[in-house]
Design a protein around this ligand. Structure first.
Ligand SMILES: Nc1ncnc2c1ncn2[C@@H]1O[C@H](COP(=O)(O)OP(=O)(O)OP(=O)(O)O)[C@@H](O)[C@H]1O
Ligand SMILES: [Mg+2]
Length: 409
């Protein structure tokens, strides 16, 4: 981050997106945006760092030319199905004789929550405090300067499979680009689309990418759950390719042009009087199908994704219990009628989440992650509003930066 410009880099399975913003006298404006096809990832995680690195170089040199500025560093996302949270707690004795809790006590108790048996190759990316307990007094968010003998912390540990994390960092650093920070994908997306009110009430963000669906649940302003389901909108494309016996490129185009999750009633009526065929001419042959054929392929796959989301919500006893509802992001959220199907399946209100706060990219849910990376970066620079919408992410970024420094040579 140099010369008041910030770059967000969303390395996704189907595409890499880069967004550069610049500080004007009193605002931030988009300097450049680019999206190119992505290779070398599986289920949201980098599997071929060299290939990803080539694409990172390509997109960065493209936006450099476009905006006439040198990009030295980026805020980048970490995704993949091996990103997860684990509850933990820690307990310490307050160190000062006057029993006043210091910042050091809080650091110590948070450190104590890390002493947990982890799967061998997993790393703790960050510790997200849920509540502090001072001598059995529960529900404390800010313990510093309160008094007590015993300080307990209940937290969520944000964990990742270390090779995924290292391959991601390699793929960026090998492109001669520095990393400002690394942010878990669903938290970046949440950062650009959720309002403080939704986070306070209780809300689930569901980002349907090409290969994975990531979700983050917030309540009382805090992250309470995060999970990644290894099924995404690319699976719908594959189902169409199999169901209509066509290639993946054609299936992708059919999904985007004719895809929908629910038959609307007018179509149901038509069905009774004979179903209208959609005909597509491919090279030497033609492909013919009905809207119902498409719904019969798409609906079960989207329902499967939503059922898995419901399973995650059940784990934390939040099924049908989030007044802030569902916010859908990612390219998969552009599928017609997905909002209605999500509302019906999860029995919660639902909206499509489009990025707020950056003029020019407000209506595309697939840009939520890249916009959230930039917004997190702005917060990092401005250092204000720590308790607001960006507060959680701002703190998280700093901690992840520390971990990154420890990992790199
Ligand atoms: N109009 C549309 N209708 C239906 N699906 C769409 C539409 N536009 C994009 N998609 C789908 O969205 C997916 C890409 O979304 P996105 O850019 O969020 O994924 P990604 O970030 O590259 O992947 P991931 O997050 O899984 O690593 C693709 O599967 C694409 O087919
Ligand atoms: Mg994505």
């Amino acid at each position: 981050m140099k010369g008041n410009i910030i770059t967000g880099l969303d390395i996704g399975t189907s595409s890499i997106k880069a967004l550069v913003v610049q500080r004007t006298k009193k605002d931030w404006e988009v300097l450049s945006f680019a999206e190119i096809p992505s290779f070398g990832l599986r289920k949201g995680a980098v599997i071929n760092a060299e290939e990803v690195s080539k694409n990172v170089q390509m997109i960065i040199s493209g936006i450099e030319k476009d905006c006439g500025r040198k990009i030295n560093s980026v805020f980048v996302n970490v995704g993949g199905s091996r990103l997860y949270v684990m509850p933990s707690d820690g307990i310490i004795s307050v160190s000062r004789a006057d029993q006043r809790i210091s910042k050091e006590d809080v650091d110590r108790v948070l450190q104590a929550t890390r002493a947990i048996n982890m799967p061998r190759n997993d790393e703790i990316l960050d510790v997200v405090p849920k509540e502090f307990i001072i001598d059995d007094q529960r529900g404390i968010k800010q313990p510093v300067d309160l008094t007590g003998i015993r300080l307990e912390a209940k937290v969520l540990l944000l964990c990742v499979f270390s090779p995924d994390f290292l391959k991601l960092t390699q793929s960026v650093l090998n492109s001669k680009i520095q990393i400002d920070d690394i942010v878990p994908s669903p938290l970046a997306a949440a950062n650009s689309v959720l309002t403080p009110q939704q986070k306070e009430l209780g809300v689930v963000l569901i980002d349907i990418g090409a290969s994975a669906t990531s979700m983050a649940v917030f309540e009382e302003g805090d992250l309470i759950h995060l999970a990644v389901i290894p099924i995404g909108s690319g699976n719908i494309t594959n189902d169409i390719a199999i169901g209509l016996k066509t290639d993946v490129a054609m299936a992708e185009s059919i999904k985007k042009q004719h895809g929908t999750c629910i038959m609307v009633s007018r179509e149901k009526v038509k069905k009774e009087h004979g179903v209208k065929k959609i005909e597509i001419f491919e090279k030497s042959s033609s492909l013919s199908f009905t809207k119902k054929n498409i719904v019969d392929i798409i609906e079960p796959r989207v329902s499967e994704i939503l059922d898995l989301v419901q399973k995650e919500l059940k784990k934390i006893n939040k099924q049908e219990q989030l007044p802030g509802g569902i916010v859908l992001t990612g390219g998969g959220a552009k599928l017609p009628k997905i909002r209605e199907l999500a509302k019906q399946t999860l029995k919660l209100s639902c909206e499509i989440g489009t990025p707020k706060g950056i003029v020019g990219i407000e209506d595309d849910p697939s840009l939520a992650t890249v916009a959230g990376l930039v917004l997190g970066g702005l917060e990092d620079i401005d250092g204000s509003d720590k308790e607001g919408i960006l507060g959680l992410l701002g703190n998280l970024l700093k901690k992840i930066r520390k971990m990154l420094k420890a990992l790199l040579p």
